[in-house]
Design a protein around this ligand. Sequence first.
Ligand SMILES: Nc1nc2c(c(=O)[nH]1)N[C@H]1C(S)=C(S)[C@@H](COP(=O)(O)O)O[C@H]1N2
Ligand SMILES: [Mo]
Length: 394
Amino acid sequence: MNRREALALMAAGAGAAACGPQGAANDAGDADGGETGGESTQSQPPIWVKDPAPFIRHGTNLETRLEDLGGWLTPNELFFVRNHAPTPRIDPAAYRLTVGGPGAEREVELTLDDLRALPRQTLIAYIECAGNWRGFFQRVTGRTASGSQWGTGAIGCAEWSGPSLADALALAGVRDDAVDVNVIGLDDAEWARPMPVAKALDPATILALTMNGAPLPPDHGFPVRAVAPGWVGSSSVKWVGRIEIATSRVWVRANTSSYVLVGDEWPADRYAPADGAPISTGVVKSALALPHPARVAPGRRRLSGFAWSPRGPVARVEWRVDGGRWGAARLIGASGDLPHAWVRFEFEWEAAPGDHIVQTRATDAAGNFQPLEGAYNEKGYLLNAALPHLVQVG
Ligand SMILES: Nc1nc2c(c(=O)[nH]1)N[C@H]1C(S)=C(S)[C@@H](COP(=O)(O)O)O[C@H]1N2
Ligand SMILES: [Mo]
């Protein structure tokens, strides 16, 4: 791709709005984002508790500005929020977690102190909404996907701690015929995401009580949220109130009508009762920590960003400008010991005046890498093509 082709690609997408993700597209019913109402208006109270000022707002969702992240982890107050219903306020003294169901030996009711008494796991993991980057579908695939038109900031990486889900399940006893573990939220949406027993018993799947060393903030699931590393954000259920161990597969909104791949490649009859292929694991990605569009002064510039993969650590990140040759970016603080975290990358660029398209692509330890072309699906999930990032130098 040469520079002219790259710019044509940009222009073909969003016309005058070619600098960023699609603007005003309406949130469609069931796709990720906005089903609790479109743009927040004066008459519509916000559904989050935190200060929305630092965020890009998409209806009821708050997107992180990656360029605001000075360090490696996402501070709690800058972590994106994706809620299907208003953030509930839960009294920690009255809180109970019920674990039971047909696949359990017994039903138990756990207090916060019961959960605190279990061995504490600490995990650095990113959480990314499956709809992150949805606003770029038009640009990258020529078709607009329905749902919140997220840019690149529906992701954050934090340190989480709390008992493993396995240890909490063990208190109820997991029977041999257990199939799925459904983790259910206390919000009005009763948001839930079942997972196979193997994922539930994975030591990296935890019930987080803290986020970056503080109790979970209300918007991020206080007092207890699941963290299911590598699985899309919708699986990391917030405000967990009940865990149901089932002896057959469980179908809920999050694996039938939402968070499923819909399109010609995924015939609904093959996936019934789901409308398409349910999404569990995410995809390898990288993004520049720059606004859309970015503006930089001419000269030698250091650009940086983040890269992540559900399948182990990121092995390398490459970058190129205007469809030129790929070069290697430096990975900062990369560690194979933290397979669930994102890494920072940076590189130096001689920025010449004018408009440029900067692209990055990550490759993970398993050899997965970002494609150059995006594949469309109606609800706009899992886009991971090397994004054309418009950088205006002048
Ligand atoms: N109970 C509950 N858990 C939930 C949700 C929700 O609406 N309710 N949203 C999910 C989705 S779609 C995402 S992407 C992540 C977002 O987590 P965050 O708001 O902490 O960034 O939470 C997930 N867990
Ligand atoms: Mo999500």
